[in-house]
Design a protein around this ligand. Structure first.
Ligand SMILES: N[C@@H](CCC(=O)N[C@@H](CS)C(=O)NCC(=O)O)C(=O)O
Length: 308
């Protein structure tokens, strides 16, 4: 359910206009920022995620207010954020006092509410079915992106210390763990995730990319036709993230690589996704490039899977 009735946080009811709880590096939040930018809504003021005074909570015309919840400093594992998003993940959107969670549901809400070129065009029933099918496939691979990102991108930086892990468990006891964070971190923090698990996620992603490649090979501009849809939005953020981890798209999926080039050139991608993410994007790509050159990177694992 996108709309959350009776949210626990008193901040929600005070908010006017559009406020996005997000993090610049998080693909799930990048998707929403991309969709907002495609609708012509620009990033406005930055306020603390838990600020609840009148000035912080006001709305802005033609813009959304940015409330960064740092995954780096683990603000998503705070009591205040747990009251906004009990699954302890970004993003969350508040529009005129109403809370919405789940990135793809938020995008559907934005599409319905703000008009412009539709991200979910309904005129062609077959195409609509295809958009939903590919979006659902993208959603189902969300955990695979998590595993690959942590293993080949974040490394030690992604780990929780024992205090943070205890805080996560305490919050989950009171609320939810819809994204299975406890199960993940317990094993990741102890280096207990086997190579076969990572390989399974890479294989699942490879299947998805092969499907996209087959579609895009016919020269269409976007995954389901010649206009951008929410299927492009969800898949583009996977490519962005995996590219940062050194995934060899150009070599194995050239049509996907070229399609992503078209997405990257869109003004909404530049402003909505990359504006404040350039530095981290470059840092991760440089690290991944060095690891690939040393033969210890994602490229080797992917190529092993593709030829298996
Ligand atoms: N199904 C959720 C997933 C949200 C999600 O997993 N967000 C990630 C960032 S992309 C997050 O906040 N992770 C917190 C963590 O890894 O500790 C959605 O699509 O909104």
């Amino acid at each position: 359910m996108p709309r959350v009735d009776n949210p626990l946080s008193p901040i929600v009811a005070k908010i006017e206009g559009l406020h996005l709880f997000h993090f610049d590096m998080a693909p799930c939040a990048q998707r929403v920022r991309f969709a907002l930018a495609e609708k012509g809504l620009v990033r406005g003021r930055e306020v603390r995620f838990d600020a609840d005074d009148k000035e912080a909570c006001r709305g802005e015309v033609g813009a959304w207010t940015s409330r960064i919840v740092s995954l780096k400093t683990k603000e998503h594992l705070s009591e205040a954020y747990a009251k906004i998003q009990p699954n302890l993940v970004v993003p969350a959107l508040v529009h005129d006092g109403v809370l919405y969670t789940e990135s793809m549901d938020i995008i559907a809400y934005i599409d319905k509410t703000f008009g412009g070129e539709p991200l979910i065009p309904t005129a062609d029933a077959d195409r609509l079915k295809e958009i939903h099918k590919l979006t659902d496939l993208g959603k189902s691979l969300h955990r695979s992106i998590r595993f690959v990102t942590f293993r080949w991108g974040l490394g030690r930086l992604g780990k929780l210390n024992s205090e943070e892990e205890a805080q996560l468990k305490a919050l989950v006891r009171k609320g939810n763990d819809g994204e299975k964070l406890v199960e993940f971190y317990e094993r990741y923090d102890q280096n207990e995730i086997e190579d076969s698990i990572y390989q399974g996620h890479l294989d699942a992603l490879a299947e998805g990319f092969a499907l996209l490649e087959a579609k895009l090979e016919d020269g269409r501009n976007f995954i389901t036709g010649n206009t951008l849809t929410m299927a492009d939005v969800i898949w583009a953020m996977k490519i962005l993230r995996l590219d940062e981890c050194g995934y060899p798209f150009k070599k194995h999926y050239p049509a996907v690589y070229n399609w992503f080039g078209r997405i990257r050139d869109r003004p909404a991608f530049k402003t909505g996704v990359m504006a404040k993410h350039q530095g981290m994007n470059l840092a991760f790509r440089v690290k991944a490039r060095a690891e690939n050159l040393l033969g210890i990177g994602l490229e080797k694992a992917v190529t092993r899977g593709v030829h298996a």
